[in-house]
Write a protein that binds this ligand. Structure first.
Ligand code: SAH
Length: 433
């Protein structure tokens, strides 16, 4: 199983290369020292990640070739949209028809979609978003691996099960060797091309240590590396970029500064946004978004969240439901209904038709066993599998009973591959030119 299709270098212009995948051309940034026209490479997130031998590439390509076009056909069939002849509400049909032509919707129209109440209405919304996803991204679905390297955290986010509120949690911190081993397994054994390293805000690692871990993974296990260590400071971001990380996963959680402050004692939205903005300026790919279902959050807030993610140049939107954790101040607050989350994914896809990938979060998968399928059918095109060593996984308990908490990596891969196949999606990350 692999998470990227090898491509062949067709053209090199400075640090940009044009890559051919079964006749389709894609552009990627190359930072490898030795690369020539005719070489086979893996690219991920718009970066060349590694070079592979021609013989290995050709054997992988011959397996892919059979299924590549078949999958595209299945996806095309499943994402067809027909709004005419539908007996749904006229306003809804009008707004969705406009969206399906990639015309910009007004704020009122977007709020109207987020406020839809009847099932028939949302299903048409989800189909429209799925149609737009297919039209702009075809059937590619990118699959990242995430390693949760520590659950120590100095912050008191009111919803979060690894915050300092949780006095009953067994805290862990992977050693450097354990992190390298988890990265090795993910890249060499399971073929991941892209990894996220995540932790609470853990003063137990210095920025230099984190940078060293990133550097060693980059050297030994070529992959696109994202970091998600919270607010490590702009200098910290700079050091870790120099060490080789190319992505930042940092949600702003909510775009409403007042709500942000209520939910994150002692923290400010502004400081989070400074990290996100500076990281983008440095060249990091940005994965960001917010929590859906915070107490006091309005539809307007959620719409602003989507616009903020776009303004921050998100390469991928990460919006997921809040799920209560018993050992936090928010233990008594109910999670949102899953349809509310699909509506946010669908409206995000309508707002950003063609730039951002949209993630199905593990929190969404935790709400119901069909959530991944339904999320991927409501505009999303990205998944994250948990490659944290199994012994530690239960302790990264940001909320209880996380999906895939006790599944080994092969089981997660098998079910992901079969889900993607049934939807006609390919676990690839082909960036458009
Ligand atoms: N320290 C990092 C990682 C935080 S944990 C950082 O600050 O970015 C990763 C994400 O888990 C958070 O961004 C938050 O949105 C999500 N999360 C935490 N508690 C949650 C809960 N109870 N329900 C759903 N998501 C939660």
């Amino acid at each position: 199983m692999c998470y990227a299709i090898p491509g062949k270098i067709e053209k090199i212009e400075n640090n940009t290369v044009i890559v051919d995948y079964f006749g389709e051309k894609r552009k990627a940034l190359n930072e490898l020292a030795e690369i020539n026209i005719g070489d086979y490479i893996y690219a991920q997130g718009g970066f060349v990640v590694s070079k592979i031998s021609a013989s290995e590439a050709q054997s992988i390509l011959s397996v892919w070739k059979e299924t590549f076009f078949e999958l595209q056909e299945v996806d095309l069939r499943l994402s067809r949209l027909s709004l005419s002849g539908n007996d749904a509400d006229k306003r809804l049909l009008g707004v969705l028809d406009k969206a399906s032509q990639s015309r910009q919707l007004s704020r009122d129209e977007l709020l109207y979609l987020l406020g839809l109440k009847d099932k028939k209405g949302f299903e048409l919304l989800f189909k429209t978003a799925n149609f737009l996803r297919q039209k702009n991204f075809k059937n590619s679905c990118c699959v990242h691996g995430i390693i949760e390297i520590s659950n120590h955290c100095r912050q008191g986010c009111q919803y979060c099960g690894i915050s300092y509120h949780n006095k009953d949690l067994r805290r862990y911190r992977l050693t450097k060797d354990e992190i390298l081993e988890a990265a090795r397994e993910a890249v060499e054994v399971y073929g991941f091309k892209s990894l996220v390293l995540q932790s609470g805000e853990d003063p137990g690692y210095s920025v230099d240590e984190l940078a060293d871990i990133v550097k060693r993974i980059k050297e030994k296990f070529p992959s696109l590396l994202f970091i998600s260590f919270g607010e490590i400071g702009v200098e910290g971001l700079e050091k870790i970029y120099q060490a080789g990380a190319r992505g930042l996963l940092m949600r702003f959680e909510t775009s409403n500064p007042k709500l942000y402050q209520q939910v994150h004692p002692g923290m400010t939205l502004e400081s989070r946004l400074v990290h996100l903005r500076k990281a983008h300026d440095m060249g990091y790919l940005i994965l960001t978004g917010g929590l859906i279902g915070l107490p006091g959050q309005s539809k307007e807030d959620i719409l602003d969240d989507i616009f903020l993610a776009k303004e921050l140049h998100a390469e991928m939107f990460s919006f997921g439901p809040f799920i209560p954790h018993p050992n936090t101040p928010f233990s008594g607050i109910k999670p949102p209904q899953e349809d509310e989350v699909f509506k946010v994914l669908a409206v995000a896809r309508i707002i950003d038709n063609h730039q951002a990938k949209i993630l199905v979060t593990t929190a969404l998968e935790t709400l119901s066993p069909d959530a991944a399928r339904n999320g991927l059918s409501s505009g999303a095109n990205s998944l994250m599998l948990n490659v944290t060593p199994l012994d530690y996984r239960p302790f990264y308990s940001i909320y209880p009973q996380r999906a895939h908490q006790s599944e080994d990596i092969s089981t997660q891969i098998e079910s992901t591959v079969s889900l993607l196949r049934s939807l006609g999606r390919a676990p690839t990350d082909l960036e458009g030119i």
